[in-house]
Design a protein around this ligand. Sequence first.
Ligand code: FEO
Length: 396
Amino acid sequence: MVVRKLGDGVYSVGAIHWDRRLFDELIPLPDGTSYNAYLVRGSERTALIDAVDPTKARELIDNLKGLGVKEIDYIISNHAEQDHSGAIPDVLRAFPGARVVTNPKCKEMLMQLLLIPEGEFMTVVDGEEVSLGDRTLKFIYAPWVHWPETMLTYLEEDGILFTCDLFGSHLATSDLYATDEERVYEAAKRYYAEIMMPFRATIRRHLEKIKGFRLEMIATSHGPIYNEPDFILKAYGDWVSDYVKNEVVIAYVSMHGSTGKMVDYFIDALIERGITAKPFNLTKTDIGELAMALVDAATIVIGSPTVLAGPHPSALYATYLASALRPKLRYASVISSYGWGERAIEYLKGMLTHLKAEVLEPVVAMGHPKEGDFKALDRLADEILKRHQEDALVRK
Ligand code: FEO
């Protein structure tokens, strides 16, 4: 049980999940996570901003009781996903007078996901304010970060923006604030890559929308709070921009070493040309690391042998994941070797078209790569260098 004070009448009352290692049965959590919830006491009314994952409901209720909270008037739900809303039914049982305040879309989802009765809700429109007495909560619609119902809540008098997932980081830490900026930057970038990257264009609009707000703090619902918000606003500004770096991500798998030899040669060819190579052996890779590398890279190259009649399933998975995350990639290609039948390239080239990147001529070797194959890899590296040099969106 950890309750921490952010300011007069404003408390962090959520839970830290130190040993959670997987989210959505998909996303690795090497550093655990937290489900931050906040209590705001006004002179007349009290609000809880977001709840916690249902596994931590008891901890949230204990935190509220520990603070001496007798009544909650409003439970603000910024996002219907269960890591923030799952404990709302428990809070309603513990504080029966409370009403769930959210937008109509989120209300509909909470009714479907958590079976909360319609009579428990109060809906708000974009820009609407709710008074707690001497304090005011303003609701800002911010859909698609990363669900359609997401919104932000702004505590006007204190200049605190409660953003739920937006700007968050899966990071379990004792630090209330983002004091270890290097560590938080990495965790926030990983979070952006895995969760927010597909919604880059929408997030850019939301960043514009909050520009005029006085921001003393950004209090997210995962990871530490930003008491110097410029740090994360600047990082997000960079990640959602159209600019990419002179980097090539090589996501590869090799069965008997031939694709591996091609990848090794290709990495050296890139380095010789002054291009940063970021190889990921898909048999060992944490997909979060791969996603992070895709935030900035100009180019992706998939390396795969042929298995039966198509690509290695790990290469298919990585290509599918890269397409789903919709990174800013400008160029893509494939390196492949095969034993007796070559079909991997066609599969992978087809999937790469979803990336909206220009697909450069792949390199295919039969068995062990030979002189002609190494020359083809040099040509691919030359082609990437030329594209990177001529492309105004690739930062030099
Ligand atoms: Fe942290 Fe989209 O839930």
